[in-house]
Design a binder for this molecule. Sequence first.
Ligand SMILES: [Mn+2]
Length: 384
Amino acid sequence: MTETLLGFLKYIKGSYTGGELFKSSRLLIVCGNESADLDSVVSAVTYAYFSYIRDPSVQVVPVVNILRADLNLRRDIVWVLKKGNIPHNLLYFHEDLQDMRKRFKGPIEAILVDHNESQSLAKKVVDSVVGIIDHHEDLGLHKDIPERRSGPRIVTPAGSCSSLVFNFWNEMFKSAGGARIGPDALSLCLGALLIDTSNMAYKVEHPDREAHATYTSLLPNVDFQVYFDQIRQAKDDIAGLSLRDILRKDYKEFVFSQTQGSLKCGFASVVKPFGWIHTQFPDQQIVEACEKFVDERELDILVILTSWTDSKGQFQRQLALYAKERPSIEVSSKIAERITTILKLQPIQILDASCENCSFFAQLNTNASRKQVVPYVQEACKTL
Ligand SMILES: [Mn+2]
């Protein structure tokens, strides 16, 4: 039996290509969220791998919830995979999900990691959710998972979902007398943890400390600070990307219900401040990019969340709202009013000319990432 992550991915690829995978009565996948950040990719890939280490007779296919071509926008993931010698062609994307649906006639069952409600294409393709490991707000779905004894249902705070995935399997290995885990899988887990917690300085919860302690003992030759700096550098490198790519690189969308009807909101996370964006693109290009983005996705409102560490080492956040036309513009300003206190928003000027479609704010509550901002906006929408 192979023991490295690379060996496992090659084995699954063989089974996929040769068709053995499609001969069983069910097809099991593990799927990350639609932003497909490092945490989601690592959580999916390592979940499938750990499951294989535990029981090689159960084949789980890890799926990255985006198109294959979009992986290259995520330079931190590309860097970590390269460092781990994991080629991209051993991963599975939307195209493969469609292919699986065509080739497999039985039920496709999914374990969701880093989200707890099916998203994007997986929502259409998956027949049932049989497991969840996540660190987002619990939407209360699939509560019957524990009774069905199919997979775990763990939705609990953690800086990184990868910590929850690792701890879940590591506990299982311990009770089975231990397991040999490939260092390539451990490096992936460590990378996600370091990025999600800024090298254990931010949003660290008990599961992260537990995972960190294990990585420290199992990876004695890795300099965590150096590894973190390298991934961080790759993640922050968005130079040369178009505004459209910057917006869709780490993106999620939601439909929120209102008193009457519903509101479709997109949330783009960006790793540089608006000031930097404005040095790369003039007013008109910024406004046009937002307009096109909203049109392409039929959004009512686009929320852009920036976060970065400034030259003094201070972690900072900003928030912008964009709406193309009335009445969405009014709705957008009401949402801004309602989230001002909780997020400590302060209006700032970014564009040279005034623009009624956009509003920009410094977000002084720097603890609130998209994970928190989304439910605040959802709450603000309810009575609109
Ligand atoms: Mn996550």
